[in-house]
Design a protein. Sequence first.
Length: 514
Amino acid sequence: MGAKRPLSSMKTSILTFLGVAAATSSMSSAQFGTAITFTSSPLSDFVPYDIDLDGDPDLLGTEAGSFGRLVSIENLGDGTYGTAQGLSTNNLTRAQLVLGDLSGDGRLDAIVAETNGDMWWYEYLGPLSFGVAQPIGVLSGGIEEIEAADLDGDGDLDFAIVSEFRDTVYWVENEGAGGFADAVPISNDVRSVRDVVIGDLNGDGRPDLVTASFEDDKVAWFENLGAGSFGPQRVISSGADGPRGVAVADLNGDGSLDVLSASSNDREVSWYRNLGTGFFGTQQIIGFTVSGTYSVGAADVNMDGEIDVYAGAFTNGASDVSWFEGLGFGFFGVEQVLSSNLSGSSTVRFYDADEDSDIDVVTDRGWTPSVSDLGTVYCTSNPNSAGDVGTIRVTGSTKRSLNAITLNASLMPPSTFGIFVTSRNAGMVVGPGGSQGVLCLGSSIGRYQGPTEILFTGVQRGFKLGIDLDAIRTPTGSTSVLVGETWRFQAWHRDTAMGMATSNFTEASAVTFD
């Protein structure tokens, strides 16, 4: 199975949809919880996609095996996922998946390439609806990986594909009106090619190709010369033993795309600095994984504004997901294992799966939530009618410039209403206005009580709200949070006591922004 692309090298439209930016210096430890397995069949590949248009990232995937389907796995909220729902007939053989607008309607369609060499696309018709499979072409010998971009500069999406069996890199031209040309070889000097990614490496505005070929130990790139023409293979490095995955990202902050590789025989995760105009530095080993490295990517895993590197490793039927903290200027910390002994996982993505403004790790078998909280809980209220003390978590980023904060309240009574309140000042008022709880905020308390800010606990007994630090609530209107300020947050909610309507509060949290 070829290596998976990181979010940083996927289609721009996916990045725009996710809105995944970095978050916080106080989260540099990147703490993660227990892996949660999807209640569905294993996937060959997947991408995050709001398929039902309800505002959260669902999964669009291809089922593993010889008779798989294009499926959706609905995000039910707070990272809870439903079972796989078939969107096609059972005709896919271990298919790789990318997104792109082939119909020209501004919506992302599903594009699949099977290991048997068949390529198809499915038009996105609206919530949970895709059209029938439409052929792109067939490559005898099979396809290991596919990427989509406008490779010939004519305004529509073409494809770069690699065939491990044929030791060849190809491109497929989109001829428009639903027609596609036969695959055109770019190079057959890639023995056992496993991966291809796309990025503008020399800054000329055209998407170039980067490949990893396992048997000849090559990490290489092919310059896009325009109009569907590519230059000869340019070897970046042959120092990695058995490269299986590549990725591109600006790792040292100089504005140029560097190259990453994952090599399984030596377990190395490496990077190659882009020196400009298509030249690269020597192999720089970031670290080693605990088993054979098969994939690599870049994302701000710990949300401190620096790009980190993550890798997937596979041995004896089990997978590990690790990350190496970006320290800035191309330096990285030691390996930290996020998830281990995942049964058969081969696809790794990092994005905000539960919409709480921090980054989670998602694989084709399940997801592992980030559990790092910002700020300090400083005040506890009284038990509510459900017998619990309501809790509050602040997640996202303390970095003011990133403006990524979510307030999360839980353990409140089911099926009741509430709002979040905030203030710069602490306080402790027991039973304000007849409430059963404790108000832990001081003077100048702002209330989030707009039409979309009055929230419902539901059966999950909780609610959450992403807030704008440029418009934080005060009694006299909205204001902007300043660097160095501490703001305090609490949730108020309806409650009952002895059969009478009343209210209560959760605990409170104080967050200082930098």
